[in-house]
Design a protein around this ligand. Structure first.
Ligand SMILES: Nc1nc2c(ncn2[C@@H]2O[C@H](COP(=O)(O)OP(=O)(O)OP(=O)(O)O)[C@@H](O)[C@H]2O)c(=O)[nH]1
Ligand SMILES: [Mg+2]
Length: 399
């Protein structure tokens, strides 16, 4: 059986190395944090993540799959543990001990490593590292990383578990997982469903980038409010850029038997909303906007203001990257977003990347959608279920 040890500065990088070198079926046997040798004999060396793995071991791999989620892997005990290989001295140490003096490029690299080292030390001085962390908690940490939870948040959650639990309590992985799920749940804020009262018209608009599922979600909401809650619902679309987009909504309006207005100017918007004064709920569909297009965002803001929208739901696809989702949420804040709808949960390989967005954009979640079926594939966002989905303890129902 061949054991290989890999080192990298983050767990993500280390696991990517394992996958690249040993393939997707490799079993991760052991993970730990190590420091490389001391700098100038004074400062502690740089922190690395060390992963020992093998492709000849038949234990369930803890390696995150490249394109689908594994669940419940936390309880898998490794078949064996390897003795870590001696650390290869980092480049800056090798070159410091060698002569003649390094060329300019190498000096630049050394400075870069020193800078990383100092940043690392600063980070560590703000909180505890994981170096003295019990093995069980380190498994918890890697489990979170597998779920695509960002490293900083994973550290924070594990650190909180460490402060709460001692000794034998740490041996209960199911309890620790449940505790982490509750911590994530406490981070998630929800708005509940759109509140309608018969006879008091409420206007709810859906905005967001192109193709995220705004029109489909409007159709799901309209059908549910009309057919299940027996509300009087109307549709307005300001999507006049593409004829097909208007026709898409019109088709739903005809099937569900709803009045629909198409508007192309803010003035028409005011008139359309006035005509729907007798309804309980007006759902407004909008054209997908690039979050980078300031002019179109301002135009959208003018439409929403003329409509007197009571709520503006930003629709984001859960398959987007954290960075893109965060930037999009930031830019759309300018039009007065009040809630967040996450779509395409059925297509997302993991939801860990969505967590930082929910934290930073501060919008409460209203609905989640998990498929193309109208009207079924939508649910009211519930923190407990979403937290479990983030951790892979529950999956979006796919029909
Ligand atoms: N898998 C999956 N597909 C979805 C979901 N919601 C919408 N879609 C699909 O995503 C595609 C785009 O949906 P639309 O509703 O037209 O998106 P949109 O945001 O209105 O698009 P634009 O009007 O062009 O900006 C369609 O093929 C939908 O069937 C979902 O929850 N899961
Ligand atoms: Mg649309």
């Amino acid at each position: 059986m061949e054991l290989r040890t890999f080192r990298a500065s983050t767990m993500h990088e280390a696991l990517a190395l394992v996958r690249r070198e040993l393939g997707p079926d490799a079993a991760v046997l052991h993970t730990r944090e190590v420091r490389s040798g001391r700098l100038l004999g004074i400062l502690p060396g740089r922190l690395h993540i060390e992963v020992t793995a093998s492709r000849g071991v038949h234990v369930p791999s803890r390696l995150p799959p490249p394109d689908h989620r594994e669940t419940g892997r936390f309880g898998d005990e490794p078949a064996t543990y390897s003795r870590p290989q001696p650390a290869t001295p980092p480049r800056w140490m090798q070159s410091l001990s060698e002569s003649p003096p390094p060329p300019a490029g190498a000096v630049h690299d050394q400075l870069e490593e020193l800078r990383n080292l100092v940043q690392d030390l600063c980070r560590r001085s703000r909180g505890h590292g994981l170096s003295e962390m019990p093995e069980e908690l380190f498994h918890l940490f890697t489990w979170l990383i597998d779920a695509d939870v960002h490293e900083d948040l994973a550290r924070e959650l594990v650190e909180r578990v460490r402060q709460e639990y001692r000794g034998a309590e740490l041996k209960d992985p199911v309890m620790l997982q449940a505790r982490i799920a509750r911590m994530i749940e406490a981070e998630l804020h929800v708005s509940g469903p759109i509140q309608t009262t018969p006879g008091r018209r409420r206007v709810a608009a859906l905005v967001g980038p192109t193709g995220v599922g705004k029109t489909t979600t409007i159709a799901k909401l309209a059908a549910n409010f009309r057919l299940k809650e027996k509300r009087r619902v109307g549709l307005i679309t300001v999507d006049t850029y593409r004829i097909a987009a208007v026709e898409q909504l019109r088709t739903y309006a005809e099937i569900i038997d709803l009045p629909m207005q198409v508007v192309s100017t803010p003035r028409e918007m005011r008139e359309a909303v006035r005509r729907m004064a007798g309804l309980d709920l007006v759902l407004m569909d909008t054209a997908g906007r690039s979050p980078k297009d300031e002019v179109r965002l301002q135009e959208l803001k003018a439409f929403l203001s003329e409509a007197g929208a009571d709520e503006v739901h930003l629709v984001l696809s859960s398959i987007g990257s954290t960075r893109t989702l965060e930037q999009t949420a930031q830019r759309f804040a300018a039009v007065g977003t009040t809630a967040l709808i996450l779509t395409k949960l059925d297509e997302a390989s993991s939801l860990g990347s969505v967590l930082p967005v929910l934290r930073s954009c501060k919008l409460p979640l209203s609905y989640l959608t998990n498929g193309q079926n109208v009207p079924d594939d939508i649910e009211i966002a519930k923190p407990a279920k979403l937290a479990k989905m983030v951790l892979g303890l529950e999956t979006a129902e796919v029909r």
